[in-house]
Write a protein that binds this ligand. Sequence first.
Ligand SMILES: Nc1ncnc2c1ncn2[C@@H]1O[C@H](COP(=O)(O)OP(=O)(O)O)[C@@H](O)[C@H]1O
Ligand SMILES: [Mg+2]
Length: 512
Amino acid sequence: MGPLAAGRLPPGMNAPGAPSLELQALLDAAADAIIIIDHRGAIQLFNHSAERLFGYTAKESLNRNVNILMTERDREQHEAYMERYLRTGVAHVIGIGREVQARRKDGSVFPAFLSVGRIAGSDPPRFVGFVHDATLRQQAMGAIQRERDRANRYLEAAQTILVALDLNHRVTLVNRKGCEVLGFEESALLGVDWFQTVVPEGQRTRAVVEFDALVEVAPRRPHHSEYAVITRSGERRLIAWRCVVLEDALGVATGILCSGDDVTDSRHAETDAREARERMMHVSRLATMGEMASGISHELNQPLAAIANYAQAAARLLAAPTPELADVTDALQQISAQALRAGEIIRRLRNLVRNRETHRELAHINEVVEELGPLSRADARASDVRIVSELGVQLPRVSVDRIQIQQVLLNLLRNAIDALDATPAGQREIVIRTERNPVGDILVTVADTGPGVPDQLLPRLFMPFATTKSNGTGLGLAISRTIVEAHQGRLDYQPNRPRGATFTLMLPAEQG
Ligand SMILES: Nc1ncnc2c1ncn2[C@@H]1O[C@H](COP(=O)(O)OP(=O)(O)O)[C@@H](O)[C@H]1O
Ligand SMILES: [Mg+2]
């Protein structure tokens, strides 16, 4: 067998005679380098692509050992393989491709992908190898790996919990922060059922239902939810989650990625603050009630005295030889009416004093004002003050906590009654007005004809403990403003004309 041109089939590989044209074309067109060697490793065939890839011509490669195409390291391994194969018939490489370091004629080395097969029926055996340059592939893999490393570093550095779950709720990824919060090693979490493992039983069903719904519902938007996790030490942490569906290239959901922030501590702080605020309001309501006590006890005394009088009258009427039963009936009816009146005052008081949680509702402001009537009038009458209501008509409803707004109004009325102390009896008047401003907000004004707020107090008027009264707390206006601002409203002061004070409570109109 003489030297072969590139791709010329070696004798014996095909039927004797010229190699088939088809095979020749195949070899020439192949993108892979195709090399055939005999059992000693001598090159028998070297196609066009092999020439291009390795820099040898077919001619110069022929009958040379294939190890000229290998690096030092692979050379030894190759010989060991061949030796073993020939001795034992156990193939280690055949049929499986593998990555190798290949060497060009000029000595340069490149990563190559090699697959080897034995030529069936050849004896002694001959082998065919397919080789292609794996540089690009390796570069791409390297780039992917670097991307992955970078993504991993982001995951690790994140101050938020990151967890990915597959469709069966198994953890496929959890970052360092997640492990930290949960107190588990990453390996202890990967592959476990997330909901069964970390979500407390009481919240599990909801969390699972939300998860499954998120996967099913299209279009897919980030989903926010809150549920707790139980840490390894048994502690419960409340987490605010934001989840997105992970999809494959075809848009099919493959799982969910969730980021979570531990909101346990901030929630506690919020609750503490809310409770403190509610306690303070309660105390301040009690204080307002205390200020009103004399007026109210006077108001309660009236029906009680009337009841006593009517009862005595009824007894006298019944003691007569021929009792006038119609008069007795009349007295009893009066007793019952007065008792209802007293009961009503007590009921209102109880409502205001009760410790309670904030509760918003859509309400007519006039009703809120009128409900205060019995209490405020009781207080006012005791100080010879007249309260005049000017209630607007067809006012839109407002979203308020009734009791809180009533507390504000009572504070304003109480202050106005105090302010009228020096005004001669008979001229003591408070006007309470409800109306709508041009942009539709609700205004409630409480105006008196007292001395007005002294100028030097104005900058501190709404601050806690700003008081000019010997027995004052200076909390009334401060708390009132807090309440109103919690309603997105405003509480302001203007001097009244020609004299006195005007406090305006603005509540934003209900949208839509
Ligand atoms: N209608 C008013 N007229 C004049 N001064 C007022 C009026 N309302 C409040 N003030 C002044 O504002 C101060 C603070 O009121 P407030 O916060 O209710 O506390 P307190 O009533 O306990 O003093 C009062 O002490 C008073 O000087
Ligand atoms: Mg006050």
